[in-house]
Design a protein around this ligand. Structure first.
Ligand code: CAA
Length: 240
C-alpha cells in the first residue's frame, strides 16, 4: 500500500509542485485548496490528484475535511502544511484585519491541519510533518510583520513537535523557501521584485520543483533521524 500524503494549498504554486512530486514518488496524494475552483479542477485534470476544498483557518472544517480524505485514501502518513497568504503593508498601514487573516491562515492553519492528524500518527508510530515556512520568517521583511511572524512561528512549531513526536516515529521539519517564481512573488510590484532578485546570489528566482524535491526527501522513511530541522532553499540569499 502506498503511503498517503496531504498537501494544503496543494493545487497551485509551490503546493502543486509538492503534490505532483509526491505522486511521482509513489504516494497517494490529496491536495487542499481554499477558493480557486477553476485552478483546482484544472490541476486534477492534469495530474489525476484529487482536490478537497476547505479553509485551513477553521478548525472544524479542517478536521472534517481530513476525516473525508482519510475515508477516501486511508490514514494520512505525511502532512505538508503549505497553505499560506500574504497581506503585505508597511506596519504603520497594516490593519488588524490584515494581521488576523495572515495569522489565522499561515499559523493557526498549521495547528488546524496537524493537530487532528497527530493522535493517529502517534498510534501508528509513524508520521512526517513538513511545514513550508519562508526566508522571511528567518530574516524578516519590509511590509511583512504579519507574514514574517507566522513563518517564524512555523519554526517554533516544528522544533516543539519534533521533541514530542520523536519517540513515536514522527518527524517534524520546516523548509524555508527563498523567493520562488509563483503567483505570490509575481504579485510583488515589478520594481521591488527586480530589486529582490538583485539580492539573490544565484541571480534568479527559485523553481517550485526545487522546494518539492526537499519535501520528498523529508517525507521518506529514510529521513527518520532528521527531526526539528530547517532546510533553507534560497539561492544563497540568506544564511541562518
Ligand atoms: N525596503 C525598504 N523600503 C521599502 C521596501 C523595502 N523592501 N519596499 C518598499 N519600500 C519603501 C518604498 O520605497 C516607499 O518609500 P517612499 O515612501 O520613500 O517612496 C515606501 O517603502 C512604501 O511606501 P508606500 O506608501 O508606497 O507603500 P504601500 O502602502 O503602497 O505598500 C508595498 C507597498 C506593499 C510595501 C509594496 O512595495 C510591496 O509589496 N513590497 C514587497 C513586500 C515583499 O517583499 N513581500 C514579499 C512577498 S513574496 C513572499 O512573501 C514569499 C516568500 O515567502 C518569500
Amino acid at each position: 500500500m502506498s503511503r498517503v500524503a496531504l498537501v494544503t494549498g496543494g493545487s497551485r504554486g509551490i503546493g502543486a509542485a509538492i503534490s505532483t512530486a509526491l505522486k511521482d514518488a509513489g504516494y497517494a496524494v490529496a491536495a487542499t485548496y481554499a477558493g480557486n475552483d477553476e485552478a483546482a479542477a484544472k490541476f486534477t485534470d492534469e495530474t489525476g490528484i484529487k482536490t478537497y476544498k476547505w479553509n485551513v483557518a477553521a478548525y472544524d472544517d479542517s478536521k472534517a475535511g481530513l476525516e473525508k480524505v482519510e475515508a477516501d485514501l486511508g490514514p494520512i502518513d505525511v502532512v505538508v502544511a503549505n497553505a499560506g497568504i500574504t497581506r503585505d503593508a508597511p506596519f504603520h498601514k497594516m490593519t488588524p484585519e490584515q494581521w488576523h487573516q495572515v495569522v489565522d491562515t499561515n499559523l493557526t492553519g498549521v495547528f488546524n491541519t496537524v493537530h487532528p492528524l497527530w493522535p493517529g500518527m502517534r498510534e501508528r508510530k509513524f508520521g512526517r510533518v513538513i511545514v513550508i515556512s519562508s526566508i522571511n520568517g528567518q530574516k524578516g521583511q519590509f511590509a511583512q510583520v504579519n507574514y514574517a511572524a507566522t513563518k517564524a512561528g512555523d519554526l517554533g512549531i516544528v522544533k516543539s513537535l519534533a521533541q514530542e513526536g520523536a519517540r513515536a516515529g514522527i518527524t517534524a521539519n520546516a523548509i524555508c523557501p527563498g523567493y520562488i517564481g509563483t503567483d505570490m512573488v509575481m504579485a510583488v510590484p515589478e520594481k521591488v521584485r527586480e530589486s529582490i532578485i538583485a539580492q539573490i546570489p544565484a541571480g534568479r528566482l527559485g523553481e517550485p520543483e526545487e522546494i518539492a524535491r526537499c519535501v520528498v526527501f523529508l517525507a521518506s522513511d529514510d529521513s527518520g533521524f532528521i527531526n526539528g530541522s530547517t532546510i533553507s532553499a534560497n539561492g544563497a540569499q540568506f544564511f541562518v
